[in-house]
Ligand binder design. Structure first.
Ligand SMILES: [Zn+2]
Length: 240
């Protein structure tokens, strides 16, 4: 499968960057997360993105925000000519999008997608990919990491996560592990809640996983990485 980094900025965008969006192409096209900036990037390639499925890891805006303009383009713009993608959501996600719709446009606006909900730990099929959503700790928000395989190779994606043994399970022997490293150091605010990884914590999760290749994502541009550690940039492509 081919992986394109559409956007990999953290919660605030890197200069010129798009936020989370990872396009996996094999027998079909599956987009993992759809943060702000992802839709215009995809539109640089074709008038309106033809993707078979979109999978959302959690409802922080930087991971789903461009679903909002996507609905408008689907209803009133060039997306009218394109079959609606499946939109795979965390459990309870249809109701959550319903509430967002009432605030951001109108109730039911997200019916522009073919809405689905995945189940924690249960694999689902998204156009030739088998995807397992694994719950990870991310402050107090329901959040999933994703493990996607086409039968020949496996891609692991941390989503946003605090340090957790689940990360090594998601990445177990994967061909490529996309792992976030948002933090400068492995500590956050004074309330004891954790939601992200430092570079050292991401490297530790990768080493424990046995995955073949680590690519760091969701990293503020101003934070360096240790020598020899690979950082994704928007537009990068990988054969997985
Ligand atoms: Zn998040």
């Amino acid at each position: 499968m081919k992986l394109t980094i559409v956007g990999c900025s953290p919660a605030w965008p890197n200069p010129g960057g798009a936020q989370s969006g990872y396009l996996v192409e094999g027998s079909g096209r599956v987009l993992l997360d759809c943060g702000p900036g992802v839709l215009p990037r995809l539109r640089e390639q074709e008038p309106w993105p033809r993707v078979d499925a979109i999978v959302i890891t959690h409802f922080h805006l930087d991971h789903w925000g461009d679903l909002v303009p996507w609905t408008f383009g689907s209803m009133f713009g060039p997306g009218r000519e394109v079959p609606p993608p499946q939109l795979w959501l965390p459990p309870g996600g249809k109701d959550e999008l319903g509430r967002f719709g009432e605030k951001l446009g109108f109730a039911g606006m997200f019916d522009a997608f073919d809405l689905r909900e995945y189940v924690e730990g249960r694999s689902f099929e998204a156009d030739g990919l088998t995807i397992i959503p694994v719950r990870v700790p991310h402050y107090q928000l329901q959040t999933y990491a994703l493990r996607a395989t086409d039968g020949a190779s496996t891609l692991a994606y941390s989503g946003d996560s605090a340090p957790s043994p689940q990360l090594a399970e998601v990445g177990r022997d994967a061909d490529l592990f996309l792992c976030e490293a948002t933090l400068k150091e492995g500590r956050e605010g004074g309330d004891g809640l954790r939601g992200h990884l430092s570079a050292d914590e991401a490297i530790a999760a990768f080493e424990e996983s046995g995955a073949r290749r680590l690519v760091i994502i969701h990293r503020p541009e101003e934070l360096p990485l240790p020598d020899g550690i690979e950082r994704a940039s928007d537009g990068d492509q990988y054969e997985v």
